[in-house]
Design a binder for this molecule. Structure first.
Ligand code: PMV
Length: 339
């Protein structure tokens, strides 16, 4: 029996980096998805065919009996993707207390990878959910999504060494979420008005792991300043949550701008991101900030109304950025059975 999943990627509205130190964050899925499918194989191989993730088409295969791996293209990025798949499957099998099986997995995506949209978290969520489903754990059963979120978070930690639950929890449950990383919980935030946002990116020059390490080093060297910044970001997140719940866009914009300034103190904002952000603010955006780990990559701007987004999108393109979405998403992972 074959199962497929549609998995959204996400954007961080406020709270990145501080969430690694236990502060809350606000993130949301966006209406762009990765499609993944799974089928059980007769032999104990994990075979992955990916379209559009890093390259046009790639195949990787892992023989679980001999531990031999083969790639049609051997790059760091592809090896990393494959390790999310293998780790996710191992954690799923451990959770279900079942023995190793063979699986055929396909991944189809037209989204940029490694720019702060949570693509690796989406792959972790997708593989865990599909592995659980194909092994008999129905997505309709109580606690299914909670288990997916936790196992996907463990997958990220296993592959990356460290990760907050922000991306995996947001992608699993979907919509706009207030993340409490210590619990961990992802509370839904209900806004009386839809948020007119623009989400874009420029190429990212450093990896998330490098940027998280840079912040850790800075914080350990200047602990007082570090604590001021991290706690300050946490407070802005709490204020921003109240602004969203009241539908006060101006107040949310101020919080986003202040959050960006605090992130600048951590020395992770790329100059090209700063140029785009200040241009968008001058053009009328209520708030604009980098999003994710930094060093280039994703950014988010909040406009006064949906009508103003087109103008902002034009400016982003003129400055060499790409636009990926002009609204937030409401859905998390969706799983369906193929005949
Ligand atoms: O750029 P991304 O999507 O990898 O975002 C990383 C967000 C951090 O807060 C910096 C790290 C984390 O694990 O939450």
């Amino acid at each position: 029996m074959k199962f497929c999943a549609s998995i959204p990627v996400k954007i961080t509205l406020l709270g990145e980096h501080a969430v690694v130190y236990g502060e809350p964050a606000i993130a949301s899925t966006i209406p762009r998805t990765i499609e993944m499918c799974i089928d059980v194989l007769e032999d104990k191989r994990i075979e992955v065919v990916s379209k559009g993730v890093y390259v046009e088409l790639n195949r990787a295969s892992f023989d679980r009996t001999s531990s031999r791996v083969s790639y049609s293209l051997n790059t760091d990025m592809l090896r990393k993707i494959f390790s999310y798949i293998v780790s996710g499957i191992e954690l799923c099998e451990e959770f279900l207390s079942i023995s190793k099986r063979g699986y055929s997995i396909t991944i189809d995506s037209d989204l940029p990878v490694g720019v702060g949209l949570g693509t690796s978290a989406a792959i972790s969520v997708g593989i865990v959910a599909l592995c659980l489903t194909v092994n008999g754990y129905s997505p309709d059963e109580q606690g299914f999504l909670e288990n997916v979120a936790r196992l996907a978070w463990s997958t990220e930690k296993k592959v990356q060494g460290a990760a907050s639950p922000m991306d995996t929890f947001t992608i699993t449950f979907g919509g706009l979420r207030y993340i409490e990383p210590r619990a961990p919980l992802a509370h839904e935030i209900v806004s009386p008005t839809e948020l007119p946002v623009l989400i874009g990116y420029t190429p990212k020059r450093m990896t998330t792991a490098e940027l998280v390490a840079r912040v850790r080093e800075l914080i350990s060297r200047y602990s007082d300043v570090g604590e001021f910044v991290i706690k300050g970001i946490g407070q802005l997140v709490q204020i921003a949550r109240r602004c969203i719940e009241k539908g006060d866009l101006e107040c949310l914009g101020v919080c986003m701008n202040a959050n960006h300034s605090l992130l600048s103190l951590l020395n992770i904002v790329a100059p090209e991101t700063d140029i785009i952000i200040s241009t968008l603010r001058h053009a009328g955006a209520l708030g604009a900030k980098m999003s994710g780990a930094g060093g280039g990559g994703a950014f988010i701007a909040l406009a006064r109304s949906f009508d103003e987004l087109q103008n902002l999108a034009r400016l982003v393109k003129n400055l060499g950025g790409e636009v990926v979405a002009t609204r937030l998403g409401s859905e998390g992972i969706r799983i369906f059975r193929i005949a």
